[in-house]
Design a protein around this ligand. Structure first.
Ligand SMILES: NC(=O)c1ccc[n+]([C@@H]2O[C@H](COP(=O)([O-])OP(=O)(O)OC[C@H]3O[C@@H](n4cnc5c(N)ncnc54)[C@H](OP(=O)(O)O)[C@@H]3O)[C@@H](O)[C@H]2O)c1
Length: 324
């Protein structure tokens, strides 16, 4: 099969399209004929060798994919060859075939196109579990979402809105804020030009927000933490802008919490909560409350260009790699 292979750590340009032996479906696994896979920032970090898992060389990056079931590993009964599925992968999505654990595999809802299916899991599920179980977002509360037009930021905007919250989007340009507004954000702050803390204060009448969803951190962490009101929850989600230190006094002073949010916790340690999140998300999708944005699509041969879109901060929503 053809796959986009990593044989050394580095920028996406180290990846090369190669013919390699396909994976096999081990016990409890499903082999997919991949139709689409989406790019996540973590694919870039994994290719650099800086991700929490470091696969052995050679490997193909790609944390999620959708396709048809090609083969079932020992003990797999809930799926049949030919089923349309989407799956969270350890890696390996940028390839013609990929293997997924059965517990990370879901039937594609009727009517969901391949590009959306391949881009559904990581963005929507990781945002949902963070907002639902850590953030405990309730209707009527206010959520500040940073990186609000990005892969996980935009899904957080949509989900917060569907949960009945008021959403303040933070992004780095007027165009990106327009994307967030089109997906439900009530207010927008361009944090490259505007004072984040002052604008949140203005928008919330000095009260601050109930929840911050932060996939960016870096220099934004400090003003975003100051934007959190009494009893607020800071969702520590990602570090594309750098990893901050948390000043404990600023948590105590307003009875705030800063909470790590890891999708992996839910897949490995809280499958009951994950199952509820999946049901709620598929219902939101069926009810038309989620409008997945696929802003660019590249064939497998151009997976490096697809990854560069994210690395160069040019992407909005999801960038998808298609496999013909
Ligand atoms: N905790 C979890 O379970 C979980 C799950 C999935 C992803 N993540 C993490 O969440 C983070 C975001 O992932 P993603 O796939 O949403 O990324 P993405 O689509 O590239 O979005 C990231 C956003 O961050 C902003 N940004 C600020 N500084 C940036 C920089 N130096 N480089 C690139 N973007 C920058 C960009 O928007 P502006 O230009 O508007 O600032 C961009 O839209 C990553 O750290 C990822 O590992 C965590």
């Amino acid at each position: 099969m053809r796959a986009v292979i990593c044989r050394e750590w580095g920028e996406p340009s180290v990846l090369k399209l190669e013919d390699v032996a396909p994976p096999t479906a081990g016990p409890g696994e499903i082999l997919l004929d991949v139709k689409s896979a989406s790019v996540n920032f973590a694919d870039i970090v994994m290719t650099e060798g800086n991700y929490q898992t470091k696969p052995d060389f050679p490997f193909a990056p790609g944390l999620e994919a959708a396709g048809t079931v090609a083969a079932l590993g020992e003990g797999v009964r809930d799926f049949a060859v030919g089923d349309r599925v989407l799956a969270k992968l350890a890696y390996g999505g940028f390839a013609e075939q990929a293997a997924a654990r059965v517990q990370d595999t879901y039937r594609v809802p009727d009517g969901m196109p391949w590009d959306v299916a391949g881009a559904f899991y990581v963005g929507y599920v990781s945002s949902h579990v963070a907002l639902r179980w850590q953030g405990e977002v309730q209707a009527g509360q206010t959520v500040l979402v940073l990186g609000a037009s990005g892969g996980t930021g935009l899904t957080a905007v949509e989900i917060s809105k569907a949960m009945g919250a008021t959403v303040i989007a933070g992004a780095g340009s007027a165009d990106k804020l327009a994307v967030a507004a089109a997906h439900g954000a009530d207010y927008g702050i361009n944090y490259r030009d505007e004072d984040l803390k002052a604008r949140v204060n203005e928008l919330t009448g000095g009260e601050g927000v109930d929840v911050v969803f932060d996939p960016v951190a870096g220099d934004l962490f400090d003003p975003a933490l100051s934007s959190l009101g009494w009893g607020g929850r800071y969702l520590i989600f990602g570090f594309v802008g750098g990893t901050p230190k948390i000043p404990a006094n600023r948590l105590l002073v307003k009875h705030r919490s800063a909470m790590g949010c890891s999708l992996r916790y839910f897949t490995e340690r809280a499958p009951d909560k994950l199952a509820i999140s999946m049901d709620e998300l598929f219902k939101m999708y069926d009810d038309g409350k989620l409008k997945p944005l696929i802003s660019a699509t590249y064939p497998l041969e151009q997976a490096v260009e697809a990854m560069e879109m994210l690395r160069q901060r040019k992407a909005t929503g999801r960038v998808v790699v298609t496999v013909s």
